[in-house]
Design a binder for this molecule. Structure first.
Ligand code: SF4
Length: 346
């Protein structure tokens, strides 16, 4: 485990699977009533009733199953927005996932809603674990809310999950010391991160990035270590921003690369894909294939990106003879095929 993430006792099953990159991240809606000032949701998700399975925009439940299969998911984390806003959709998707992958497919859900009747519906549909994200406004008066009563009524694994916000240290400590007495199973603490959408707000609080290569907020991690030193009975799991990127995401994309790479694509050590591309019209595919005697399955037309694709080794051999722009590209094996790098060859 990287130096800057830690857990104080045995990790909850949901977290163990996240660490292996074995959990499908299912954003079930971008809608949320909480309006947290630090909300990191991107423009394409925030306040939009959209569904994303990892990076893929979902059109139907089959898409969810397909994406879960591509990363060989052993579980699913249902997130948002606030999933409870679309409680019926959540009930359906839990049933579908459990029917397809079996009871052992571990499902956790993250919510900022503290409404027992809705939570109970989801619990009954087969949810395994719930992570509460109480709104910031109640952190310093949590004992005066019904949160404890709610916790008493929930029978599945339950915990809280919050970001570490340096100027809210007192409120955070108040919350944690109180919920520590409620009999919850875990406290998940996340390093606060800059995103495109919260940049201006976090900036207005005077926050800066921890270093040049990190989107994490300076001071957030220090808070995690201070909290580790106070005497809480509840297991704490701190997840740093670099851990999420370097380990969880990387493991997940490695799993997806293994299942989606075409025969001519090369999987790098980072789990990304390398391929050769030719910027030419579809009709040229046959011509190029014949002229250079390229095997049928070593070259193809990419309809989505409107280009010819082949192996990085083949393109290196033939680029100088082609009157079209040729590149080696490195892409994530994710549904959005995000390009990491493009190297021109001619
Ligand atoms: S609860 Fe989560 S999704 Fe909703 S506003 Fe807060 S951070 Fe964003």
């Amino acid at each position: 485990m990287p130096r800057n993430s830690f857990y104080t006792k045995k990790l909850a099953k949901g977290c163990q699977l996240c660490q292996k990159g074995a959990k499908l991240v299912l954003l079930i809606t971008g809608l949320c009533m909480s309006k947290c000032f630090y909300c990191p949701l991107s423009e394409k998700k925030r306040d939009r009733d959209v569904i994303y399975a990892n990076e893929m925009l979902v059109k139907n439940y089959e898409d969810v199953i397909n994406e879960a299969e591509l990363i060989e998911a052993e579980g699913t984390g249902i997130t948002g927005g606030d999933p409870i806003i679309v409680v019926e959709r959540v009930e359906n998707v839990i049933k579908i996932l459990k029917d397809y992958f079996g009871e052992n497919h571990h499902i956790h859900l993250y919510t900022s809603t503290l409404d027992y009747s809705k939570i109970n519906r989801i619990e009954e549909s087969g949810l395994d674990e719930i992570r509460f994200h109480p709104p910031v406004e109640i952190w310093s008066k949590i004992e005066r809310t019904d949160f404890r009563k709610l916790i008493d009524r929930v029978n599945i694994d339950k915990g809280i999950e919050i970001p570490l916000i340096p100027h809210l240290k007192n409120e955070t400590l108040h919350l944690l010391k109180n919920v520590d007495k409620y009999g919850i199973d875990f406290i998940n603490l996340n390093e606060l991160e800059f995103s495109i959408t919260n940049l201006n707000t976090l900036d207005s609080f005077g926050y800066v990035a921890k270093n040049d290569i990190s989107s994490a907020v300076k001071g957030s991690e220090e808070m995690a270590y201070e909290i580790k030193n106070i005497d809480l009975d509840t297991p704490i799991h701190y997840c740093s921003s670099s851990f999420k990127d370097a380990i969880q995401l990387r493991k997940r994309i490695e799993r997806r690369a293994k299942n989606t790479a075409k025969i001519y694509e090369l999987i790098t050590e980072d789990g990304t894909l390398l391929k050769g591309i030719i910027i030419a019209r579809r009709e040229k595919l046959k011509e190029i294939k014949e002229e250079f005697e390229i095997d049928e399955n070593m070259i193809s037309w990419n309809e989505e990106k409107k280009r010819i694709e082949t192996s990085p080794f083949i393109i290196e051999e033939i680029a100088e003879y082609l009157p079209y722009k040729c590149y080696i590209v490195e892409e994530y094996p994710t549904a959005d095929k995000l390009e990491v790098e493009r190297t021109p060859l001619n």
